[in-house]
Ligand binder design. Sequence first.
Ligand code: G5P
Ligand code: MG
Length: 229
Amino acid sequence: MGPSRQLLRAVILGSPGSGKHSLSLRIVKHFQLKKLSSGDLLRDNVLRDTEIGVLAKDLMGQGKLIPDDLMTRLTLQELKNLTQYSWLLCGFPRTLAQAEALDRVHQIHLVINLNVPFEVIMQHLDARWVHPASGRVYDLEFNPPKVAGTDDLTGELLIKREDDRPETLIKRLRAYEDQTKPVLEHYQKKGVLETFSGTDTNKLWPYIHACLQAKLAQIHQHPHEEKCL
Ligand code: G5P
Ligand code: MG
């Protein structure tokens, strides 16, 4: 494969409610890459009542992470379907073991880290409603449904995510802090970490857009260079 065909391998990380989902939808739309969300993958297994889904439902409901070996196997298996595309992983890796397992198979070019204040996250999750069958996400102010309480495409009822209850949410935020700090340090050392701090997805977007554009230009020109811009 020639340098101009080099595919982007990117990750987006951030606390629960920081806007990973909202931003990755924009990234997918503007940069024609595929998105793989670990949370969506797990929720899909829960809906289909698979063996992984039964375990994931219990752990997610408690605000705990899914074991590394299982999460890694599930994600790497899905990535095999995306080898010919540029991709963005949303919410994976979330532990150092997951990051190291990913490194063994793929060279990651860019890690977008969202740094959003705690109070803003709490507001986001309080206002979030979801359509469980499709994974579509609404926010009463930021992204409201056309008809209150119902999904825009199917008209079905929106619900609160089980793990957005305040007591579970605090556990998720703690698990994120504890487990993901070493992941950020790992990518910082590799020179691929880009942190975006702010309260507003719309304001972060132009910076993230510019960063992705620069990264794509870089990997097309120097496909084997690991250093970040
Ligand atoms: P998930 O599904 O990865 P979390 O907890 O990491 O879940 P979450 O809650 O889905 O992340 P998000 O995707 O970062 O948050 O945020 P979002 O949905 O885009 O935005 C939140 C809300 O704010 C939305 O309603 C949105 O419309 C609104 N919003 C966005 N921007 C703005 C703004 O600028 N202004 C306003 N007003 N609103 C805005 O993981 C779930 C569970 O799965 C397991 C774990 O159990 C985890 O807890 N899991 C894993 N376990 C092990 N390893 C992994 N790698 C795992 N990945 C998932
Ligand atoms: Mg999400």
